[in-house]
Design a protein around this ligand. Structure first.
Ligand SMILES: [Cu+2]
Length: 345
């Protein structure tokens, strides 16, 4: 059965109909792209460059050294980080931010190895900035990246290999691990050993320091792990390596202060009081992070064994010496017990 309407059309129109339909389909298909070219804005892609008139969190210069200046950035979890990228050189550079946290890329990789790393693991931003140009990268981080570090590089061949890389460190958020410390007028921290067990790094520590005396003190933690400070070197050490925290403990019994700081790696960190002469008088302690503290925080004993065992073995040794001396003068001492027949063998 043939369509009635088609039948009523004149032969020329009938022949043209498929072409009308085809033309209509082509126009319909072209509509979305035509609209995109016109008024419809393209949706901003998180992490990719688009001009931004608002505030940026940082400005980074991309130089022909080649280098990022500065190459150390910080950002907050649970927020959008916006960086302004200024190419001050004559070459193209990229700002390519790794998606995988806490990975340090190897500068001995070839350009194609670097490309395949990003192809496999993805990037949070990948912006090419031409000579003299300015671009922006906006990256939204969730709360889970607290304490993480992301590396950024230029993937223009051999720029990363020549040193064009840097690190974006996320602040550590959320409450820290709480520890208690006291300061005394006898220039002591009580206890002089603090221990924090951490399963991941960095770890945030909150130390509540209570003054048990009337003198004022500081609770100052060395940034160097497994490094022993001395009253003679701590000032110069802290001049080049800022303490993790230096909290003033004001005078007065019961005065408290919170020392809140972040430790990035396990180790033993020395803490001191920086008030002149206090450290020299013994005001120091050690913070064990992720490593076992000494077996006991009781005053260390130089004896290998317990005192009473030493005294006991001394007494027994004395008796032995006495028996030996008597035996030397009297023959067998004590004399061997007689056998059952009453005779000595
Ligand atoms: Cu002090």
């Amino acid at each position: 059965m043939t369509d009635v309407r088609t039948r009523r059309l004149s032969p020329p129109l009938r022949r043209a109909l498929p072409w009308f339909v085809a033309g209509l389909l082509v126009v319909t298909a072209g509509l979305p792209s035509a609209a995109a070219l016109g008024a419809l804005p393209t949706a901003p892609t998180i992490g990719y460059a688009h001009p931004e008139s608002g505030d940026t969190n940082a400005t980074v210069n991309l130089t022909d050294a080649p280098a990022f200046v500065p190459n150390a950035l910080t950002a907050n979890p649970n927020s959008t980080f916006s960086v302004k990228l200024v190419n001050s050189g004559a070459y193209n550079h990229t700002f390519t931010l790794a998606k995988v946290p806490n990975v340090v890329l190897n500068t001995s990789w070839s350009p194609s190895s670097l490309d395949s790393f990003f192809a496999t693991n993805g990037s949070l931003a990948n912006v090419t900035v031409g000579p003299g140009a300015t671009a922006y990268a906006n990256v939204t981080f969730n709360a889970s990246v607290s304490g993480d570090t992301f590396e950024f590089v230029s993937v223009v061949p051999y720029q990363f290999q020549a040193g064009m890389y840097g690190f974006l460190s996320m602040a550590v958020t959320g409450p820290g691990l709480e520890l208690m410390e006291n300061t005394t007028d006898s220039f002591a921290f009580v206890p002089a050993v603090l221990a924090a067990n951490a399963s991941h790094y960095p770890i945030k520590l909150d130390v509540l320091v209570t003054n048990q005396g009337s003198l004022s003190h500081t609770f100052t933690v060395s940034p160097l792990s497994n490094y022993t400070l001395s009253p003679a070197n701590f000032t110069s050490t802290f001049a080049t390596n800022a303490p993790l925290v230096s909290e003033s403990i004001n005078s007065g019994v019961g005065t408290t202060a919170w020392a809140n700081f972040t430790v990035r790696a396990p180790g033993v960190y020395q803490y001191i009081c920086t008030i002149p002469s206090h450290f020299a008088n013994g005001m120091t302690g050690f913070l064990y992070v992720g490593v076992p503290p000494p077996p006991s925080s009781a005053p260390p004993s130089t004896a290998i064994v317990d005192t009473w065992i030493l005294i006991g073995s001394g007494v027994l040794l004395g008796i032995g010496v006495l028996v030996a001396i008597i035996a030397a003068y009297t023959g067998r001492f004590p004399s061997k017990p007689a056998g059952p027949d009453g005779h000595h063998p």
